[in-house]
Design a protein around this ligand. Structure first.
Ligand SMILES: [Mg+2]
Length: 246
């Protein structure tokens, strides 16, 4: 069986970058983090940052605050990715992060340690900014420019919901909850397949694939686009506390 490769972004998808950066910026300024708005646009204008100001705080946060070592994991990421991994999905982490000269060793080390601590399963770890250069069957990302670049190359992209991307159309994950409003994981035989996706299951191919289809059931708004992952193999089973190594 061929693996379905899911390209997974880190910042704003698995790691709460904005929360970590707000703590660092507050420390740099000597203020309470609560003074910084949590609903921010992509350029952090709400914090009074210019592009240069953002980069200055980012670089300092990476070096002094261990931004990539200490960022809080986004709730549910580990559990959801383990479900996918257990079901045979190949998790390919794709992140930029190498934007600060002479801190690459720190960034890479902090990233891999963070991934282990956060219990994120993955089989590949790619550091690069041009995400369309990395092949995957579907991607999940929060950055508007990445979503646009990937989609313009013909890729399937799930937008991970953040305040700065709510104008983007198409597939969207409101979070990592298994039954989040617009994103489902299903395969034949699961309750989701039998209750919500019976008509859909007749349309999905017999190999791992991503399909965007409307879903109509009690838990998902009618007509809401949805990504289904399905496989001829065993269905996913609920997470346990003792996972095998990926
Ligand atoms: Mg991101």
């Amino acid at each position: 069986m061929s693996e379905f490769v899911l390209g997974v972004d880190l910042d704003g998808v698995c790691a709460d970058y904005n929360l970590a950066l707000s703590s660092a910026v507050a420390r740099h300024r000597g203020i309470d983090p609560a003074e910084l708005p949590t609903e921010v646009t992509w350029d952090f204008a709400e914090w009074g940052l210019s592009r240069e100001g953002f980069l200055e705080h980012h670089h300092r946060a990476v070096r002094e605050d261990g931004l990539f070592r200490n960022a809080p994991p986004i709730e549910g990421a580990s559990e959801a990715l383990w479900r996918l991994s257990d079901a045979g999905v190949w998790i390919r982490i794709i992140t930029h992060r190498l934007v600060d000269n002479w801190s690459h060793a720190r960034v890479v080390a902090d990233t891999v340690e963070w991934l282990d601590d956060a219990r994120i399963p993955y089989r590949d770890l790619c550091f690069l900014g041009q995400k369309p250069q990395v092949e995957a069957d579907a991607y999940i990302d929060d950055a508007p420019h990445n979503v646009a670049a990937l989609r313009s190359s013909g890729n399937t992209v799930i937008v991970f919901d953040q305040p700065y991307n709510r104008d983007l159309p198409g597939l969207r994950a409101e979070g990592w909850g298994l039954w989040s409003a617009s994103w489902r994981i299903w395969c034949p035989g699961t309750p989701a397949a039998t209750t919500a996706n019976s008509p859909v299951s007749t349309r999905v191919p017999s190999a791992w694939t991503a399909v965007a289809v409307p879903v109509n059931d009690d838990e998902t708004p009618a007509g809401q686009p949805c990504l289904g992952l399905t496989s001829p193999g065993p269905c996913w089973s609920p997470c346990s506390s003792a996972h095998p190594s990926p």
